[in-house]
Write a protein that binds this ligand. Structure first.
Ligand SMILES: Cc1cc2nc3c(=O)[nH]c(=O)nc-3n(C[C@H](O)[C@H](O)[C@H](O)COP(=O)(O)OP(=O)(O)OC[C@H]3O[C@@H](n4cnc5c(N)ncnc54)[C@H](O)[C@@H]3O)c2cc1C
Length: 488
C-alpha cells in the first residue's frame, strides 16, 4: 500500500487525504497547528461554492436544506454553464488563467460538490449571496448559489467538521503541531517530509496543501508591497508559505501572479481570527448598498460593478491605494438596517443626523463629503445606477437622503495570495519546464495559475476541493507505482 503524506489540514488537505485513502493509500496528514486550528482558511470562510449546474434539479440533488423563510413552491435557476464559469475566470484574470486548470475546475465542479455531500457536507440556499423568494418562487441568479449550512457570513467550519469526521473514520492519521519544513528528495524524487526536530516522515507521494503566504509579513512585503506589511488577516494566521516555498526548493515551478491577492473591505476594530472553532464572523459591512469614500471624502471605486460576490475581493486592494489605506462605507436609512442585520456583524456604526456632522465624526472634510454625496444623489437614476460621475456606480445605486446617516470604518482585509506552485489538472507539481516533479503534488492556495487580478466568489473553496481531491487520488495511484522502489 503506498504511503501518501499530505501537508496542511485545510479543505485541500482534507479532500486530498480522503481521496488518497479511498484510492487505497495509507495517509498521514501533517498539520502545523493543533486540533483547534483544523480547517485553515476554509474554517473562516463563507462556505460559498461556485459550481456549474443545468437547473433546479441539479441544485436540489445537492440540497434539501433551506434557510429559514426560503421555502418556495417552485425554484427558478437558470443554468450556470461551464462556458459561463470559464468566461468569468478568464475575464477576471484578463485572460491569464491557465486554460487547463480552468477546464478541470469547471468540468469537475458539480461532481465534486456531490462528492462533498457524500462525505456529509450540507448545502443550503443563502439569501446573502443572491437567492430570494418572490411570489412563491425561489430565484437563484446564475453562479450565485449554494453555501454550506451554518450561520451568517461564517459558515466554513460546517464544511470542515464532516470532512474531519470522515477522514478519521477512514483511518487517516492526523499529526497535529507537525509542520512540514522541507521536501526531502532522493534521485530527484520527493521521498519524505522533514518536520523540524522530529524524524522525517517517509512518503511514496507528498501533497502540499499548506495554503498561501498571506500570513508571512516578509513575503507580503516582498511580493505585494510595503503597504501590505501590517494588513489585517481575514483567515488563518498559519498560512506563512512554508509548504509552497519548500516545494519550490524541491524543484517545483511558480505559477500565477505573486503580486496580487484576494482582499476585502473589513472593519478595523474586528479581531483577526484565532483558532477555527471559535471563529467570529468577519463582517464585510455591505459596501455595495452604499458608497465608499476615502479620508478626503471622495469616492474612488464603483461599489456595484456587478453582484457583490463577484467583486468584493478587489475592494481591499482599492482601499489600500487610498490615503492612509483606509475608507468609510456610508449608508442611510434605506439600507442601514439590512447592513446591520445581514452584513455588519458586531461592527459598531458611526451615526449622525446630517452629512456634515457625519463628516466631522469620521474626520473627513465636511465640504468634500457633502459635495460627494450631493453629486452621487443627483447621478442616481430609476435603474438604480449612478451615471455621469467618476467613478459611476453600476448597481444598487439609491440616493443617500434618508437620515440619520451611518458610516463604518473600513480597511483592507487580506484573504489569500494568488501566487503558488505550478500544477497540472491532476495536482502534479510541475517544474519550471512543465515536467512533473516525481512524487510531489499540490492543491489549493499553495498553488497558482487560476486567479490573477480578481476572483469570482466561491471559486476558491471549489478549487481547493477539486484539486485536493485530484491530487490525493493521483498521489495514491502514482505513489503505488513507486512504493518500495525508493527508500528513505
Ligand atoms: C474570511 C474568509 C472567507 C472566505 N470565503 C470563501 C467563500 O465563501 N468561498 C470561497 O470559495 N472561498 C472563500 N475563502 C477562501 C477559501 O476559504 C480558501 O481559498 C480555501 O479554504 C483554501 O484552502 P486550502 O486548503 O488551500 O488552504 P488553507 O485553508 O489555508 O489550509 C492550509 C492549512 O495548512 C496548514 N499549514 C500551513 N503551513 C503548514 C506546514 N508548513 N505544514 C503543515 N501544515 C501547514 C494551515 O494551518 C492550514 O490548516 C474565504 C477565506 C476567508 C479567509
Amino acid at each position: 500500500m503506498p504511503k501518501v503524506v499530505v501537508a496542511g489540514a485545510g479543505l485541500a488537505g482534507l479532500t486530498a487525504a480522503i481521496s488518497a485513502r479511498e484510492a487505497g493509500a495509507n495517509v498521514v496528514l501533517l498539520e502545523k497547528g493543533d486540533r483547534t486550528d483544523v480547517g485553515g482558511n476554509a474554517a473562516f470562510s463563507g462556505g460559498l461554492f461556485l459550481f456549474c449546474y443545468d437547473g433546479p434539479a441539479d441544485l436540489t440533488s445537492i440540497t434539501q436544506d433551506y434557510e429559514a423563510g426560503m421555502w418556495a413552491d417552485r425554484i427558478e435557476a437558470p443554468p450556470y454553464t461551464t462556458e459561463a464559469y470559464t468566461d468569468e475566470l478568464m475575464a477576471m484574470s484578463n485572460g491569464r488563467a491557465d486554460p487547463q486548470l480552468v477546464r478541470a475546475l469547471t468540468n469537475r465542479s458539480l461532481d465534486t460538490v456531490r462528492w462533498l455531500t457524500e462525505k456529509g457536507v450540507r448545502f443550503t440556499f443563502n439569501r446573502t449571496v443572491g437567492a430570494h423568494v418572490r411570489e412563491g418562487i425561489l430565484h437563484i441568479p446564475p453562479g450565485q448559489i449554494l453555501t454550506s449550512t451554518g450561520n451568517g457570513m461564517s459558515r466554513g467550519f460546517e464544511v470542515i467538521k464532516p470532512l474531519v469526521r470522515r477522514a478519521e473514520q477512514l483511518g487517516v492519521e492526523f499529526r497535529w503541531s507537525t509542520p512540514l519544513v522541507e521536501v526531502l528528495r532522493s534521485n530527484g524524487r520527493a521521498v519524505a517530509a522533514a518536520v523540524g526536530d522530529d524524524e522525517p516522515v517517509p512518503a511514496d507521494a507528498l501533497v502540499i496543501t499548506s495554503g498561501g503566504f498571506q500570513a508571512n509579513t516578509e513575503l507580503r512585503r516582498r511580493y505585494l508591497g510595503p503597504e501590505w506589511e501590517n494588513v489585517k488577516l481575514r483567515g488563518t494566521r498559519l498560512a506563512t508559505g512554508d509548504g509552497l516555498t519548500a516545494a519550490l526548493r524541491a524543484g517545483a515551478g511558480e505559477a500565477g501572479t505573486w503580486a496580487s491577492c484576494h482582499s476585502a473591505a473589513v472593519d478595523p476594530t474586528m479581531p483577526s481570527p484565532g483558532c477555527s472553532e471559535a471563529a467570529p464572523p468577519f463582517p464585510l459591512h455591505g459596501f455595495w448598498l452604499g458608497v465608499l469614500v476615502n479620508r478626503d471624502g471622495e469616492r474612488f471605486v464603483d461599489e456595484g460593478p456587478g453582484p457583490w460576490v463577484k467583486n468584493y475581493s478587489k475592494m481591499g486592494k482599492a482601499i489600500m491605494r487610498q490615503p492612509g489605506c483606509e475608507a468609510y462605507e456610508i449608508f442611510d436609512q434605506r439600507t442601514a438596517k439590512r447592513v446591520a442585520d445581514e452584513f455588519a456583524g458586531d461592527a459598531v456604526p458611526i451615526v449622525a443626523a446630517t452629512v456634515p456632522e457625519l463628516a466631522e465624526r469620521i474626520g473627513t472634510p465636511a465640504d468634500a463629503l457633502v459635495r460627494t454625496i450631493k453629486e452621487f444623489n443627483r447621478a442616481c437614476q430609476d435603474s438604480r445606477t449612478a451615471k455621469g460621475i467618476t467613478p459611476p456606480k453600476s448597481q444598487d445605486a439609491t440616493p443617500l437622503d434618508h437620515p440619520p446617516f451611518v458610516a463604518y470604518h473600513a480597511v483592507a482585509g487580506l484573504t489569500f495570495t494568488f501566487g503558488g506552485v505550478r500544477i497540472d489538472p491532476n495536482g502534479r507539481a510541475l517544474d519550471p519546464d512543465g515536467v512533473p516533479v516525481p512524487g510531489l503534488y499540490a492543491a489549493g492556495e499553495a498553488t497558482g495559475g487560476l486567479f490573477y487580478g480578481d476572483y469570482p466568489g466561491g471559486a476558491a473553496l471549489m478549487r481547493a476541493a477539486v484539486f485536493g481531491r485530484a491530487a490525493g487520488r493521483t498521489a495514491a495511484i502514482e505513489g503505488s507505482d513507486s512504493a518500495g522502489l525508493e527508500s528513505f
